[in-house]
Design a protein around this ligand. Structure first.
Ligand code: NAP
Length: 317
């Protein structure tokens, strides 16, 4: 089979041995795989001694083999998953307990790129900071893969949504995903603009995937008892924080990762079931930037790193 590997010369799509299927595993023939920003970081940070390195955490496809102990997933079933070690391939192996059955009739390619951002946005707006009707929230990178979904779900829950973007095209995309007011955080000062748009009151929550360039300004624009939801560091890590800066406004901080909110099979599949239902009902839309053949992964990764993308990127084996 073919799989993507990180090698000294870059990303290459090469012949590799098929993965072994353990007793609790399923083997999936990949229909499509979703690129997440973290994949580009993994590829960029790979050390020579780790190469050739397998890559890819998110995908969907049909089960072609199951281990002896698997009872709840069957051969031929459509599944998708997040958290794989090597999903950018023709075949991927996953523990059966970590795959999500795709509902009957649901577009499998859609499901393949929906699962990571869908369940991330789910836990961010329902658990990390449960958005309440009447909240005002600020979503950074609001035209991005996960940002568009956080914006839409926050809007669905009755919030006023402010969103940062780097261009006019991204502002249009963010507005189409439920953002009420867009702020260009490259050309302007998003802290001042947020305070202007909220008449100096600030916001109840900041959804911050950007990190270094946004985190501390984000603390400044939270209202009393506001919550900083820090879930990424696209621009670099957040410097050490003296928590006393949070005292005057009694702020909360959540530094969260998806795996903490889908630790059990039950929680994973419950959140995924909500996401599938929302898409079927039209309450959540998946916006794709583009599909790339697996062999063109380098080009796709560069587009994502260079901030050229609006929405989700898929790789097709
Ligand atoms: N903790 C979790 O559970 C979790 C789950 C999902 C995603 N994440 C994190 O969320 C972030 C977004 O992931 P994604 O896959 O949906 O990617 P994405 O938002 O589609 O792409 C990243 C976006 O970040 C913005 N950005 C700001 N500063 C940047 C910089 N210095 N370099 C590159 N881009 C910059 C760009 O939008 P503009 O051009 O509009 O600025 C860019 O399009 C990542 O940091 C990811 O690790 C975390």
């Amino acid at each position: 089979m073919k799989a993507l590997q990180v090698r000294p010369e870059g990303l290459v799509y090469v012949e590799v041995p098929e993965p072994a299927v353990g007793p609790g595993d399923v083997l999936v023939k990949i229909e499509a795989a979703g690129i997440n920003y973290i994949d580009t970081v993994a590829a960029q940070n790979a050390k020579p001694e780790q190469m050739p390195m397998s890559i890819g955490g998110e995908a969907g496809g049909r089960v072609v083999a199951i281990g002896a102990e698997v009872s709840d997933i069957t051969v031929g079933q459509a599944v998708c998953f997040r958290g794989a070690p090597a999903a950018f391939a023709e075949l991927a192996v996953m523990p059966a307990a970590r795959v999500v059955p795709v509902p009957e009739g649901f577009d499998l390619r859609l499901a393949s790129g929906l699962i990571a951002n869908g369940i991330s946005a789910h836990y961010l707006v329902t658990s990390a900071h449960p958005v309440q009707p009447g909240d005002t929230v600020l979503v950074h990178a609001a035209a991005g893969g996960v940002g568009r979904m956080i914006a839409r779900l926050s809007k669905n829950r009755g919030a006023r949504v402010l969103g940062t973007v780097s261009s006019a095209a991204k502002a249009r995309a963010a507005r189409a995903s439920g953002v009420d007011e867009t702020i260009n955080y490259v050309d302007g000062d998003f802290e001042a603009e947020t305070m202007r748009l909220t008449n100096g009151e600030g916001v109840n929550a900041v959804y911050d995937s950007i990190g270094a360039t946004t985190f501390f300004k984000g603390l400044n624009l939270l209202c009393t008892r506001g919550t900083m939801v820090s879930f990424g560091e696209t621009s670099g890590p957040v410097p050490p924080l003296d928590i006393r800066v949070m005292a005057p406004k009694s702020l909360s901080l959540v530094r969260c990762v998806l795996m903490g909110y889908i630790a059990t099979t039950e929680e994973l599949r419950r959140r995924a079931a909500d996401v599938f239902r929302w898409v079927e009902e039209g309450a959540l839309t998946v916006h794709y930037h583009a599909e790339y053949p697996m062999a063109d992964a380098q080009r796709a990764f560069e587009a994502l790193r260079n901030r050229e993308t609006i929405g989700k990127l898929l790789l097709i084996p």
